[in-house]
Design a binder for this molecule. Sequence first.
Ligand code: FES
Length: 571
Amino acid sequence: MSDKKESGLARGLTNYGDRDFSIYLRRSFASSMGYSRDMLSKKIVGIAYTPSGYNNCHRHFPEMLEAVKRGVLTAGALPVEFPTISLGEVFLNPTSLKFRNLMSMDTEEMIRAQPMDAVVLMGGCDKTVPAQLMGAVSADMPAVQIVAGPMMTSRHGEERLGACTDCRRFWGKYRAGEIDKGEIDTVEMRLATTAGTCAVMGTASTMACIAEALGMSLPGTAAIPAVHADRLRAAEATGAAAVNLIGQPVRPSQVITRDSVENALRVLLALGGSTNAIVHLTAIAGRAGIDIPLTWLNELSDTTPVLVNLKPVGSHYMEDFFHAGGLGAVLRELKPLLNLDCLTVTGDTLGDRLEQPSEPADRAVISSAQSPLEPKGGLVALFGSLAPRGAILKRSAADDTLFEKEGRAVVFSSLEDLAQRIDDLDLDVTADDFLVLQNAGPTSPSGMPEAGYLPIPKKLSSQGVKDMVRISDARMSGTAFGTIVLHVTPEAAQAGPLALVRNGDRLRLSVKNKTIDLMVDDDELERRRADYKSSARDAATLRGYDKLYAEQVLQADEGCDFAFMKPVRDE
Ligand code: FES
């Protein structure tokens, strides 16, 4: 007999060939944890719980968990947390992106395999929220996301410090000889001082806002600082909201639709959010069978203003964004551009939410749509002979004097080559050149790390050069800034034109035309192609997850998901 309609502890029984025995045995073992029969007869809210000694951003999760559980219990269900992989951004080799899909599979399968009627997803650090949303979409169980919330800022002399835009800014000063070893050691201890995710509009904060814009987390929760009492109240409310979803037609497949994805793209553009978010949103939407062509991003980018004055694009931090009105204030400014009928995990639509009264926004942090920071969105996709399937530039974090420019290529064939030569004082490079990094894409040995923020060569940084055009198939941290062309697709390791660039070639960037071109004639490119050797890892020589990854990972324009994780489409 199918147990599909069962609920609570009787859902998804372990198969011993005798259904009644299975439920008797399960109840017996669950009782051993001290639950009463009354508790075990309730509906269950699973809590995907991701604290880890390797994840500083989630160090307050035990306290948040208690609040989620309180909310679930008060609303009449039984909360049961379960662990999944946790991904602490700076503790993973070669890069956290490689493990996002693994975490999504872990999340999906544990939601599906264990008895629960709804799930709360507790994530925060960069890849954890996309992984959980990908898993939740694939499992299609009623789900509510609650994020870690951002860190508070700290101080260094007169300056505020917040991870991790200031990490890079101070490291740049140290490389340029503007501050000494003693000062950089002091700064190191002051950059990240509380629980929570990076304090700027980096990837974690962008994904928190995207989760809320999609309708997958409760209104007003994306920006609450990690250590603020409101975050615990949000966690409690999230637990209760998950209970309310049980039996309702509000599953991820009904919340994450083409219209809500469009809303999320608008929000990404208005935030001047992380370039990583386009990869993650593509992967999340892809699990729901929704494609995000980069041409769509460009159409929306041309009609979406940048509204948020946060680092790395502007000057404020996430705690300021929270006090300024948070994502709600952004959504109200974008209202005429949004699809208001989209369902959210509250059971209300986005339009219902935006009808609610609100406090006025702080215009120093969140601009009005009438006088935006920039008239066009923060991200733009570039196409051309260097990137036939596209590349991404965060124009809001770039130097616009470099937007229409032709330059000479200075090529690094790998991350190792870059590390060896970038500070060589004999390197043939000028500030007008384009730095090009090859073989740092998804199938390269480095697995598409956040290495696209190529350092300015020492001989130029010591002369005061702060920005140059830099091009790669890598990613960039959401906390970084500069005129940086990323995610060049196809990547060099898949024979993309990027692999054929040689020192001295001419390259042309035009942000106005949304193009990036390699100005080498076709015959010469064909000659070079004859000598091409891929740097991609040979799956036949690999085992385990490395093998799965090498065989299955898709290119950046498909969200770097695994091919076999896409939904099976009806023909
Ligand atoms: Fe976790 Fe930045 S290191 S969000």
